[in-house]
Design a protein around this ligand. Structure first.
Ligand code: PLP
Length: 390
C-alpha cells in the first residue's frame, strides 16, 4: 500500500511532556508537578455566564473573527493593561493561544523563511514553524543571562532570510521575563533589521515584579510589527474552554482569519460569552490567583535553597527551572529516577529544547499541600544523591 503519511509530520518529535504524564497516570500515590495549567477552577461568575448563555439558546456560530462584544472587551483590556490601542478588526478570537500561534506562522511564512525561536520554550513553536514551511533557527538562552534573550544573541542569529522572531516571555518553562529596557534593546534590532515578532504573552498576568508585564507591542514602532498572542487559559484558569486571541496588524490578521475560517470556523461560542464576563469582572480573581502563585513560588525558592538545589529566580508564569547539573545525570535520568524512587514527576528540561539539558521544569500550579509533599520527597532524593543521612 502507498504510504499514507506526510514525511514532514512523521519527522516531528512528539511532545516530551506527555510521556511522563502517561506513566504517572498509572502510578498510585505519585505527585505530578508537570502540568502547565492552573489548579484553580474557573471562577464561578465566569462559569455561570457560560451556563447562562446556553440557557438563553446562544448555541450558534459566532462570526469567524469572534463576537464583536468580546473583541471590544479585549481592546479595552489591552488598552488598560499594556497601553496599546487596538480596534476590533485587529483582534481575532482563536481556539486557545495554541491556534493563534499556528495560524500566525501559516499566514506569514513562505518556504524557507527563517523563524528565530529562543529555547528553552513552549513546545509548539518549532513544530508549527516546520508545518508552516518555515525554517526554525533556535537561539539557546543561557542561565547566566537569566534565560533572557539578549540583543547580541538576536543580532548573531539574524540573516537575510529571517522573517519572524518568537518572543516567549514570561517564559514556559524557565519563568524568565523581559523588562522594558531589555525589550527596548531588542526592538531597536527588530526595527532596524525589518523583521516581525510573535509575542506569546499568555502568562502576562503572572508577572511577580512590582512593575508588572510590559508588552513589546507598546514600544514605539512595534505595534505594526507584533502579533501578540494571549488567551484565557492561564490568567483566568480556563484551559478547557479553549479560548485565546491574536492582536496585530490588520493585514496579517485578515490572512489568519482566512485559515481560521476554513479550519475552525469560529472559537467555541459558550466560551466567548464566558470570556466577556472574565474580562469585565475577573480582575480580582486574577489578582487572587497571582498572589497565591507568588506565595508558592517563594516557598519553592526557599525550599530549593534548603536542599542546595541551584535555581535562578523566576519572575513570571508558574514554573521554576532548577539546575541538576551537579548530580552528573541527564535531565531525563534524574526525572525518571525521581519518579521511580520517590513518585514525584517533573518534566526534563530537554522537553523544551536541547539547551534545557541539566534542568527540570517544576510547575507550582499545585496546592501548597501537594507542593510540600512533593518537595519533601525531592529533598529526600537529593539528600540521598548527596550521600546525606535520611
Ligand atoms: C507559552 C505558552 N503559550 C501558549 C500556550 C497555549 O495555551 P492555550 O492554547 O491553552 O491558550 C501554552 C500552554 O501551556 C504556553 O505555555
Amino acid at each position: 500500500m502507498r504510504n499514507p503519511l506526510s514525511d514532514k509530520v512523521v519527522a516531528l518529535e512528539p511532545s516530551g511532556i506527555r510521556k511522563f504524564f502517561d506513566i504517572v497516570s498509572e502510578m498510585k500515590d505519585a505527585i505530578f508537578l508537570g502540568v502547565g495549567e492552573p489548579d484553580f477552577d474557573t471562577p464561578w461568575h465566569i462559569r455561570e455566564e457560560g451556563i447562562y448563555s446556553l440557557e438563553r439558546g446562544r448555541t450558534f456560530y459566532t462570526s469567524n473573527s469572534g463576537l464583536m462584544e468580546l473583541r471590544q472587551e479585549i481592546c479595552s483590556y489591552l488598552k488598560h493593561k499594556i497601553h496599546v490601542t487596538y480596534s476590533p478588526k485587529e483582534v481575532l478570537i482563536t481556539v486557545g493561544g495554541s491556534e493563534a500561534i499556528d495560524i500566525a506562522m501559516r499566514a506569514m511564512l513562505n518556504p524557507g523563511e527563517e523563524v528565530l525561536i529562543p529555547q528553552p520554550s513552549f513546545v509548539s513553536y518549532l513544530p508549527c514553524c516546520v508545518m508552516a514551511g518555515g525554517k526554525p533557527v533556535v537561539i539557546d538562552l543561557k542561565e547566566g543571562d537569566e534565560f533572557k534573550l539578549t540583543k547580541q544573541q538576536l543580532l548573531d542569529a539574524i540573516t537575510d532570510k529571517t522573517k519572524l522572531l518568537v518572543l516567549p516571555f514570561p517564559n514556559n518553562p524557565t519563568g524568565a521575563i523581559l523588562e522594558k529596557q531589555e525589550l527596548e534593546e531588542l526592538a531597536e534590532v527588530i526595527i532596524e533589521k525589518d523583521i516581525y515578532v510573535l509575542s506569546d504573552e499568555i502568562y502576562s498576568e503572572l508577572s511577580y515584579k512590582e512593575e508588572g508585564h510590559t508588552s513589546i507591542a507598546s514600544l514605539p514602532g512595534m505595534k505594526e510589527r507584533t502579533i501578540l498572542i494571549n488567551g484565557f487559559s492561564k490568567a483566568f484558569a480556563m484551559t478547557g474552554w479553549r479560548l485565546g486571541y491574536a492582536a496585530g496588524p490588520e493585514k496579517i490578521l485578515e490572512q489568519m482569519t482566512k485559515i481560521h475560517q476554513f479550519a475552525i470556523m469560529c472559537a467555541p461560542t459558550t466560551s466567548q460569552y464566558a470570556a466577556v464576563e472574565a474580562l469585565r469582572n475577573g480582575d480580582r480573581d486574577v489578582q487572587e490567583m497571582r498572589e497565591s502563585y507568588n506565595q508558592r513560588r517563594r516557598f519553592l525558592m526557599h525550599t530549593f535553597k534548603e536542599m542546595n538545589l541551584e535555581c535562578f529566580e523566576p519572575f513570571g508564569a508558574f514554573y521554576a527551572f532548577p539546575s541538576i547539573k551537579r548530580f552528573g545525570m541527564t535531565s531525563e535520568e534524574f526525572a525518571e529516577r525521581l519518579l521511580k524512587e520517590e513518585k514525584v514527576a517533573v518534566v526534563p528540561g530537554t522537553a523544551f529544547g536541547a539547551c534545557g539539558e541539566g534542568y527540570l521544569r517544576i510547575s507550582y500550579a499545585y496546592s501548597m499541600e501537594d507542593l510540600k509533599k512533593a518537595l519533601g520527597r525531592l529533598k529526600k532524593f537529593v539528600n540521598r544523591l548527596d550521600g546525606k543521612e535520611e
